[in-house]
Design a protein around this ligand. Structure first.
Ligand SMILES: C[S@@+](CC[C@H](N)C(=O)[O-])C[C@H]1O[C@@H](n2cnc3c(N)ncnc32)[C@H](O)[C@@H]1O
Length: 218
């Protein structure tokens, strides 16, 4: 997988996944006019792919500059589906029922101190609190999903400079599988490299079978 276009220079960090990756999952798990959710919209790859395939898509993004950028890329009617907000409160956003969700979340290493869910602008409560927040976000999303709807999360493990690892992909799979049924992982090979010391990441696939135990906790 590779990125296909450049971001404007005022966005120095490219955290996008490739549009073709999203398109493959949209083909597999959705039909035209279905409603797709990306709870960590970033630069809007999910919404751009959805627009091109005649799906409707809601993107929630914390960073208002990114929200404005994505709105400028979409048709007016689709730009209205960009929500500048906080996915930790996603159940309060009054969203409609969702047919499919795909995203790549903000990452955290096990010893990092900044909070990924405030775009690293505040100090967080540590890695376990981050995983708990992710679980709580997907517990809320589970209540919005139609029965049988799929969820895909693209994520990698992290190799750190001191030689240690954060098993982020494994830990995220474990947490989210407490609220959605885990269907398995699919390996995405990146060329020339991915990041964080790896040449690959994972798409974790979940399904809303409506029988997961939903527990919201802090
Ligand atoms: C890895 S990026 C997603 C990139 C996206 N897949 C793309 O192709 O552009 C994660 C995004 O989540 C956003 N984010 C972080 N915390 C958030 C929160 N609490 N609610 C919504 N978005 C958040 C970040 O600002 C960042 O843009």
């Amino acid at each position: 997988m590779q990125h296909e276009s450049k971001l404007p220079e005022h966005f120095p960090e490219d955290v996008r996944y490739p549009r073709v990756l999203v398109e493959q999952y949209l083909k597999r798990f959705t039909d035209p006019n279905d409603l797709v959710l990306d709870p960590f919209m970033g630069f809007g790859t999910t919404l751009i792919a959805a627009e091109g395939m005649r799906r409707r898509a809601i993107g929630v993004e914390f960073d208002s500059t990114r929200c404005e950028y994505v709105k400028s890329l979409l048709n007016k009617s689709n730009a209205d589906w960009v929500v500048c907000g906080d996915s930790r409160q996603i159940s309060k956003l009054n969203l409609a029922q969702i047919d499919f969700s795909i995203t790549s979340p903000p990452y955290m290493g096990k010893n990092h101190t900044e909070n990924p869910f405030t775009a690293y602008t505040t100090t967080g409560d540590g890695y376990q609190a981050y995983l708990q927040d992710l679980k709580n976000i997907y517990a809320q999303i589970a209540t919005l999903l139609k029965p049988g709807a799929h969820v895909v999360i693209e994520v990698s493990n992290l190799k750190h400079e001191d030689g240690t690892l954060t098993t982020l992909a494994w830990d995220l799979a474990r947490e989210v599988s407490l609220v959605l049924d885990f269907q398995g992982e699919e390996i995405i090979v990146w060329e020339p490299t991915y990041a964080y010391g790896y040449d690959h990441s994972y798409c974790l696939v979940f399904k809303n079978n409506g029988n997961s135990m939903i527990q919201l906790s802090k």
